[in-house]
Design a protein around this ligand. Structure first.
Ligand code: THU
Length: 146
């Protein structure tokens, strides 16, 4: 898709996701990832992957961006952009990040961005269909027979 056809806020989101890539802390994988999430009221939060010597302590770029937004009081998102240094393949969110996004939205627009700014648009319902979310948990608890 051409960047010129997108709204100003999406253009900015793509730029911010590429900017976030520069701050990646990935001394173990050497695989930088950047992300930027757009809130319903137009704020953009950036994130990058932050790895840890105790590997399981690492966090992905998408979750960093969402955690930053939620900790600032934002829980409604319209889009997220994810960038990497891969130029032939597109970065796609890992399973855990898809579940993390699902907590706050089931129809989030997802932009997968290459270093040159080209991208593809997909969505959470395409990448993560038939997902388990907060409403399922609530219904299961309501139907509990003790
Ligand atoms: N990574 C992300 O930040 N987002 C993804 O969706 C895929 C993977 C990071 C995690 C780890 O720091 C590195 O990429 C290699 O897996």
């Amino acid at each position: 898709m051409s960047v010129s056809a997108e709204s100003e806020s999406i253009k900015k989101l793509l730029t911010e996701a590429l900017e976030a890539l520069k701050h990646s802390y990935c001394p173990y994988s050497h695989f930088p990832v950047g992300a930027a999430v757009l809130t319903i009221d137009g704020h953009i939060y950036r994130g990058c992957n932050v790895e840890n010597a105790a590997y399981s302590g690492s966090i992905c770029a998408e979750r960093t961006a969402i955690v930053k937004a939620v900790s600032d009081g934002h829980k409604q998102f319209t889009a997220i952009a994810v960038s990497s240094k891969m130029s032939s393949q597109l970065i796609v969110p890992c399973g855990l990040c898809r579940q993390f996004m699902r907590e706050f939205s089931s129809d989030l627009a997802i932009y997968l961005v290459r270093p040159d700014g080209t991208y593809e648009r997909t969505s959470l319902d395409v990448l993560f269909p038939k997902s388990f979310g907060p409403q399922d948990l609530q219904e299961g608890v309501e139907n509990l027979v003790i």
